[in-house]
Design a binder for this molecule. Structure first.
Ligand SMILES: Cc1cc2nc3c(=O)[nH]c(=O)nc-3n(C[C@H](O)[C@H](O)[C@H](O)COP(=O)(O)OP(=O)(O)OC[C@H]3O[C@@H](n4cnc5c(N)ncnc54)[C@H](O)[C@@H]3O)c2cc1C
Length: 386
């Protein structure tokens, strides 16, 4: 970790490190094998994180959150990155989009998320609308003052069955200079509403135990106060927080790469072949050097992005660069570490194969590497009129 830390930040980093190592690491293997975090364990993690002041640490003090600044959140996300989402997600960081709640919505949705009484999902992706989010089919039609919601979402992830979902749906079309464009609106939809079905979808081999839910909406009637923010402004609302989300993915990738690096160093210096530690062969030793170089570069990028965010200067392209570089750096680190371990790297009794599987998701969620590169290219070409 490269930041110049004051005493408070050092204390925070040590607290999170201890929390991750003592409360989360011991459960990784069983959770991965069983594909489930037992409710009791989830509640225990939740309680411990509350005791330590880590629960909802990302939200402002005015709404009851921890009010931590970006540098502090970076320390937290980097440490959490070392372990599984299935576990650290219980120490919730409710989505900042909920800060758009009006007074009545705050009481029903934001406040209970801050206290841990309720859990939310962020539901954008659909079976036929992944990267191409504007092709979403989920729609809501006006009926008097109400809205009638129809459609489906998949890959909507969370640690436990949620209480409500923030659902993005089309509520019409706007004419723009580039042709027609869907109006996307964010709705707050309670689990249990008539016509809203939710279940655990296909199992993912990354972060086993972190569920990807499938949501179906069939004529779900929603009152006018179920709109989050303004009608037609759903994407602008989520876009406000998307960039920082990608920086946190970057931070988390650095954490996991550091854990892999420790494991790689350990094996390279102790496993002997041809009478010497395998790290002494240039072909294996250079893998360690590559991991070290790229991890340093990734940490610098994340720190730089946080500085830019603090100055209000972080662009979409900055966040995209962090997401691409850090997630791909992590995948190279995971692959190199596994190669260093040889056959043992693929054996279930060691964590390498799990960290390798977990790493793979980072290049896909929160926007794939290809989509991030598209954002970067656009930022280069648009000012040139191309
Ligand atoms: C475990 C898990 C958890 C998730 N959690 C959530 C969640 O909580 N909420 C949520 O809304 N979503 C969530 N997602 C969805 C995730 O954001 C999408 O999977 C991701 O955006 C990619 O969409 P897709 O899987 O449909 O792939 P597709 O969009 O079908 O893409 C397939 C391939 O084509 C490439 N491609 C597509 N378009 C282009 C293009 N224009 N140029 C170049 N290449 C392109 C992609 O990069 C990819 O390699 C989750 C996904 C997973 C796997």
């Amino acid at each position: 970790m490269l930041m110049n830390k004051n005493h408070e930040k050092e204390l925070l980093e040590n607290t999170v490190k201890r929390f991750v190592e003592e409360e989360l690491y011991p459960h990784e293997e069983t959770v991965d094998k069983n594909g489930e975090v037992p409710l009791e364990l989830g509640r225990q993690i939740e309680k411990k994180s509350k005791d330590l002041g880590l629960f909802a640490a990302n939200l402002p003090i005015e709404v009851g959150g921890g009010g931590l600044d970006y540098e502090s959140m970076l320390l937290i996300e980097r440490e959490y990155g070392k372990t599984s989402h299935a576990l650290h997600a219980w120490a919730a960081r409710p989505t900042e989009i909920l800060l758009a709640c009006n007074e009545e919505q705050k009481k029903r949705y934001l406040d209970p998320c801050v206290t841990g009484e309720k859990r939310e999902l962020f539901a954008l992706t659909e079976p036929e609308a992944g990267s191409d989010i504007m092709s979403m089919k989920t729609h809501a039609k006006k009926d008097g003052n109400d809205w009638i919601l129809n459609g489906s979402k998949h890959f909507i992830s969370g640690p436990v069955m949620p209480d409500f979902a923030i659902v993005f749906a089309s509520t019409g079309e706007d004419e723009t200079p580039r042709g027609k464009r869907k109006r996307i609106t964010a709705f707050l939809v309670d689990v249990g509403e008539n016509g809203f079905e939710i279940g655990i979808g296909t199992k993912c081999v990354s972060y086993r135990g972190y569920h990807a839910f499938r949501l179906n909406f069939s004529d779900v009637r929603l009152g006018p106060n179920q709109i989050l923010g303004e009608e037609g402004k759903g994407l602008e609302l989520s876009g406000k927080w998307l960039g920082m989300g990608r920086i946190w993915v970057g931070a988390s990738c650095c954490g996991k790469a550091e854990r892999l690096f420790e494991l790689a160093k350990d094996w390279a210096s102790t496993r002997k072949q041809f009478g010497q530690p395998i790290g002494k062969f240039q072909a294996t030793g250079f893998k360690l050097a590559d991991i070290a170089i790229e991890l340093r570069a990734a940490d610098l990028m994340v720190n730089d992005a946080v500085r830019r965010a603090n100055e209000g200067k972080m662009s979409d392209a900055d966040a995209a660069m962090v997401k691409v570089y850090c997630s791909e750096m992590l995948n190279r680190a995971a692959d190199n570490t596994l190669q260093l371990y040889g056959g043992m790297g693929l054996m279930e009794e060691l964590p390498i194969q799990r960290l390798w599987r977990d790493s793979r998701l980072e290049r896909i969620w929160d926007g794939t590497s290809e989509i991030q590169r598209h954002i970067i290219t656009r930022s280069i070409l648009r000012p040139l009129g191309a």
